[in-house]
Ligand binder design. Structure first.
Ligand SMILES: [Zn+2]
Length: 319
């Protein structure tokens, strides 16, 4: 969105909120295709009227709740499917009936020239976690005049690209949610593997590492479940190193049980670095970041050893 935002925005008054919501709805209803669909949300699903925007492949639904205007949005390539669990909501931009109610996360605001904006506080729920938008993305944000609060500005209400701007916001939220979900899936898989590998001897770990090399499949079956190959290799290497950093030997004890340690790819996955022991170092968070962002010069890299200089300090590590 190309917006020159003022230093601060005023909150719309209670009366202005209703007018903004009406203007917003009229615009969406004019542009969207009207459908009756099942919408799934936390705790249930319901047949609802939704408006689909073919060009942007997303939809909107509205209902007036006790203290707020409920605007739900989701992504959908088409309206052909009758998804049994319903079209799922990506995010809500709910505006309160009263400006001083900060429970709903949507906001209508205005600038000193009387232009209205739709905005969001940035608080989201994703995979059971509470997150704030600015931890993940740069989205135009501005302060609320006279209050110690700020909002992410989604669009001016009179912007000719209003619907596209709203869609981009929903897409951004969708991407963040997917990322958080895949991170927590990954974490869960790693913990399961750790549990399984902790019962293995040093010798068994070594032989599993050797056996894993020639397999080309992306998944490896362990006790009847398919695990991502990358996760298996990392879990094996962490266990082999006893969860200690291969540079400084430290390890972080977790509150419950076990240790926290990270895996660094020598040649990154995006550079098509292989998922095997030759390409992975087990490092503490500090050395991981130094390895990724520091001045790194690889002197020698063979099957069994890597010698490199990191910010001027030489390291030799057995792989
Ligand atoms: Zn370290």
């Amino acid at each position: 969105m190309n917006l020159k935002l003022p230093d601060c925005l005023e909150l719309a008054t209670d009366r202005e909120i209703r007018k903004c919501q009406n203007d917003f709805m009229n615009l969406l209803k004019t542009d969207g295709e009207d459908h009756m669909k099942t919408v799934g949300f936390q705790g249930g699903r319901e047949q609802m009227e939704i408006w689909w925007f073919k060009k942007y492949k997303f939809w909107w639904s509205y209902s007036e709740a006790i203290s707020r205007h409920w605007n739900a949005f989701g992504m959908a390539d088409n309206m052909d499917d009758d998804i049994s669990q319903g079209y799922s909501i990506t995010c809500e931009i709910n505006s309160p009936h009263r400006a001083d109610n900060w429970q709903p996360r949507g906001r209508f605001c205005k600038d000193d020239k009387g232009r209205y904006y739709i905005a969001h506080t940035g608080h989201l729920n994703a995979s059971g976690k509470r997150i704030k938008l600015d931890e993940y993305t740069l989205w135009p944000r501005t302060k609320i005049c006279g209050l110690d609060r700020s909002v992410f500005v989604i669009s001016a209400l009179d912007d000719k690209n209003l619907i596209e701007n709203v869609c981009n916001f929903v897409k951004t939220v969708q991407k963040i949610k997917e990322k958080i979900k895949s991170n927590s899936d990954e974490e869960r898989e790693q913990l399961k593997l750790e549990d399984y590998l902790n019962k293995k001897s040093h010798k068994e770990i070594e032989s599993e590492l050797d056996n894993i090399e020639p397999i080309s499949s992306e998944f490896i079956e362990i006790t009847g479940k398919a695990y991502k190959r990358n996760n298996v290799v990392i879990a094996l290497l962490k266990k082999r190193q006893d969860y200690k950093c291969q540079i400084c030997q430290t390890r972080i004890r977790k509150k419950k049980d076990g240790f926290y340690i990270e895996a660094a790819h020598i040649k990154s996955k995006s550079e098509k670095g292989p998922e095997n022991r030759k390409n992975i170092l087990i490092l503490c968070p500090n050395h991981h970041k130094e390895f990724d962002f520091g001045d790194r010069k690889i002197i020698k890299h063979s099957k069994n050893e890597i010698i490199f200089k990191l910010n001027g300090v030489k390291h030799a590590i057995n792989l």
